[in-house]
Design a protein around this ligand. Sequence first.
Ligand code: FPP
Length: 246
Amino acid sequence: MSLKDKINPETLPQHIAIIMDGNGRWAKQHGADRIFGHENGVKSVRDTVEAAAEVGVKFLTLYAFSTENWNRPQEEVIALMQLLVHTINAETKTLNKNSIRLQAIGDLKSLPVDCYNELQEAIDNTKNNTRMTLVLALSYSSRWEITNAVKQIAEKIENKTLSVAEINENTINSHLCTANIPDPELMIRTSGENRISNFLLWQLAYTELYFTEKLWPDFRKEDLYLAILNYQTRERRFGKTSEQIV
Ligand code: FPP
């Protein structure tokens, strides 16, 4: 029985989020510069998107570029942006062929204009696809997102379209970039780092975390299946007792 066949479709996470980490270390191991690692990371993106869609995952969020990544050496930032534009451009046809809708979260206005335009075009071209939604987190950080949400809510209080008493969890949810996306049930981070790194802090409240030593450019379909199978062995209690869950 293959790993894929062992996955129970009844308890499949509908949203998986991934921190794709280890491109730089992978490149170093191969005696190449960091961008070579990012280029090879694109193969893993392709494999993971395909695997997730095949097993029936409905949302896949990939942390492609954080707010903090702007502080990397200028040449790496430029190369990463070019790689993003090129990949989005090259993959739109495949996304449509497989009915995958593209979305993006983050401070998108801070992206270089060609990157922003390419992204918006791909989002628009894939908007009617229904099999799976691929969410790219770009120039994203959770603290930026939450700060933004607080500002929007405060403005509504100030102009009296919202009262303090009306604020609840849904108010916060609906002001985040992920307003129309369910919380992830599973979050995967590659490269052996056991951190959340400013990724979906609000949304990960009850998410199962899975850490693997694999560096992102080595991550393949089987690695995604292993993470899903591991998730399926866990008991999700949401603060209740085991007995209450049964
Ligand atoms: C983390 O590795 C990876 C990134 C910051 C970039 C991820 C980008 C890609 C995989 C390329 C394109 C993606 C899409 C969605 C088209 P790192 O550089 O932090 O590695 P290190 O920790 O080993 O230095």
